[in-house]
Design a protein around this ligand. Structure first.
Ligand SMILES: *[C@@H]1O[C@H](CO)[C@@H](O)[C@H](O)[C@H]1NC(C)=O
Ligand SMILES: *[C@@H]1O[C@H](CO)[C@@H](O)[C@H](O)[C@H]1NC(C)=O
Ligand SMILES: *[C@@H]1O[C@H](CO)[C@@H](O)[C@H](O)[C@H]1NC(C)=O
Ligand SMILES: *[C@@H]1O[C@H](CO)[C@@H](O)[C@H](O)[C@H]1NC(C)=O
Ligand SMILES: *[C@@H]1O[C@H](CO)[C@@H](O)[C@H](O)[C@H]1NC(C)=O
Ligand SMILES: *[C@@H]1O[C@H](CO)[C@@H](O)[C@H](O)[C@H]1NC(C)=O
Length: 514
């Protein structure tokens, strides 16, 4: 390095140290294949949130549920065998009194107590002997004293998607009170004795089946989550699940590949947010629903992609002090430049020579960018490169969450530079330094920030919105801790509009889950 700012000099030693540390920690290239780079933890409050979202919807699907008819031959004293039937058994509205969700070792258990469960039905009987043939029918209502429903569900990784399965599902009805309209008293007692338990188990089975069916819709929904989040034409985030979800007593943790991959240019669905969700990790005592931890490699993978795509390059033809981009201004400092190209405009071609590497540590995010700045002179019909300055720029960053995106902002820490080659003789160090400082502060940093300001999407299922997020930086990773809200996606007309693409739109599917 021919020269350096004082800050640059200060920075040299930490950089060396860092290089040593990196070499020690990453002795060989790590096989990235099956290791997660993002993990998301859904905390108890996140599980509660999901439960409160799903249970009322599940309860709604029970309303007006039909239970299969029941027919039996009942033996009545004196009279003999009588054929009795309960038909058109229909569940009325169902109200959820309370519900709970708990994570266990192998899955999640959701339990709900239902109150004021009513059923209506029709009854009939027929009885014939060689003497008489009688039959009668009417209706009945059934009041259920209380009902408990529980389901335990496991989750596993199947080919990079989440597979949800029901381990156990049960429904238990407390007392039921059957009121028959009409009918004679002998029939009444016979019917109650013979049918109570059958009606009970028929209703219990029907509800259990309905819940299992709801769970399989949830499974379909999870299985259909996209494996990539489109970011732009260059990059997509690989949101393939790796490993099985891990359950602890108060949380569920999901591992996601998380690295950026070349985007599938044929399928740019810009707002396709995927995810594993709405929830989070119990670090400390926070009650936030969701914790998403992203390691350095996530950021370095996107940096590598942009570099490879040739995007880390920028042609500068305007600076705040525009006169600096004319050879006339350099007449006294670089006489040869002016002599060879008098009064010519100049262009700076700034390009990264390697992918910027991101380093995250407790409380800070640092990046070093190595740039070549090629000084070009605008000829009458050509562009002539006349010198090249190599720059090593250290910036420190700051991350935040905007909408569902992780966004960033950097500021210049220090830079050092070196004259790589020159066709116009030696350049005056102080001048180059001032010019580079202007370029970096006024052009490079704002340019970088305009990109980082848009950020990239966090793996959140569409329809959910991050709120009250805060960010922690720890050793080699960024942790986003937040709550989420669910945006009721659309009104009826909206649903019609998107009905054709339901399978592509997790939010809609979510709405229609149960
Ligand atoms: C069930 O019936 C009772 C009385 O018949 C009524 O007060 C209650 O609102 C009904 N509940 C539902 C959920 O329909
Ligand atoms: C609902 O509340 C009752 C009374 O507090 C309790 O006994 C029951 O276990 C609760 N049910 C659930 C599913 O939490
Ligand atoms: C039940 O039967 C009674 C009398 O037989 C009748 O008034 C009532 O409307 C019926 N209710 C239903 C829901 O069918
Ligand atoms: C996983 O994917 C492979 C190849 O795509 C397929 O052969 C296999 O059946 C899948 N396994 C499951 C359980 O879906
Ligand atoms: C996405 O991640 C999974 C799991 O790590 C990996 O198997 C797959 O190859 C990755 N996809 C791409 C396109 O790199
Ligand atoms: C800018 O410089 C880079 C790196 O030397 C080079 O690949 C690129 O073609 C140059 N761009 C223009 C427009 O000259």
């Amino acid at each position: 390095m021919a020269n350096a700012t004082p800050l640059a000099a200060m920075g040299t030693r930490p950089l060396l140290l860092l290089l040593i540390i990196i070499t020690i920690i990453f002795p060989t290239s790590t096989p990235a294949a099956a290791s997660p780079h993002i993990s998301a933890v859904i905390s108890q409050s996140g599980l509660d949130f999901a439960k409160d979202l799903l249970v009322p919807r599940a309860a709604d699907t029970l309303a007006h549920l039909s239970v299969p008819d029941i027919e039996r031959s009942v033996s009545i004293p004196i009279i003999g065998a009588v054929r009795m039937a309960a038909s058109r058994i229909v569940l009325g509205g169902v109200a959820v009194a309370n519900s709970t969700v708990a994570a266990g070792e192998t899955g999640v258990v959701v339990a709900a107590s239902l109150s004021s469960v009513n059923l209506t039905m029709e009854w009939s009987y027929s009885y014939s002997s060689w003497l008489v043939k009688i039959s009668d029918s009417g209706n009945a209502s059934i009041q259920v004293e209380g009902m408990d429903v529980g389901v335990s569900m496991g989750l596993k990784n199947e080919n990079g998607s989440l597979k949800l399965f029901v381990m156990e599902c049960g429904c238990y009805m407390k007392d039921l009170d059957i009121t028959l309209n009409g009918g004679s008293s002998w029939f009444y007692q016979g019917f109650i004795d013979a049918f109570s338990n059958h009606i009970r188990s028929a209703v219990e089975n029907t509800i259990t089946n309905k819940i299992v069916e709801g769970a399989s819709k949830l499974d379909l929904f999870l299985g259909g989550l996209p494996k990539e989040i489109y970011v732009d034409r260059v990059a997509a985030m690989n949101v393939t699940f790796v490993n099985d979800p891990r359950f602890s007593s108060s949380s569920v943790e999901f591992d996601i590949d998380g690295l950026f991959i070349p985007s599938d240019k044929t399928a740019p669905q810009s707002d396709m947010h995927f995810g594993d969700t709405k929830l989070a990790l119990p670090l400390g005592s926070s009650s936030n629903m969701l914790w998403i931890s992203l390691d350095e490699d996530v950021f370095n993978s996107v940096s590598a992609l942009y570099f490879k795509a040739g995007l880390l390059q920028h042609m500068v033809d305007k600076v705040p002090d525009q006169f600096l981009l004319n050879t006339a201004s350099w007449r006294f400092f670089i006489p040869r430049l002016y002599r060879e190209y008098p009064n010519k405009d100049m262009l700076l071609n700034i390009s990264a020579i390697s992918p910027p590497s991101v380093r995250i540590n407790v409380g800070r995010i640092d990046t070093t960018v190595d740039l070549d700045v090629i000084v070009n002179v605008l000829g009458s019909d050509d562009i002539v490169p006349v010198a090249c300055i190599s720059l090593s720029v250290a910036v420190s960053g700051h991350a935040s969450v905007s909408g569902n995106n992780l966004v960033g902002k950097v500021e210049l820490n220090y830079f050092s530079f070196d004259l790589k080659w020159s066709d116009i003789g030696k350049l005056h160090t102080g001048i180059v330094q001032s010019l580079m400082r202007i370029v970096l502060k006024n052009l490079f940093v704002p340019y970088v920030n305009s990109y980082l300001g848009q950020g990239f999407p966090l793996p959140i299922i569409k329809g959910f919105v991050i709120r009250d997020a805060y960010i922690l930086t720890s050793y080699s990773s960024i942790i986003v801790s937040s709550d989420v809200s669910f945006i009721e996606p659309m009104d009826k007309s909206g649903i019609k509009q998107v009905a054709g693409s339901v399978h592509k739109d997790p939010a809609v599917t979510m709405k229609q889950l149960v």
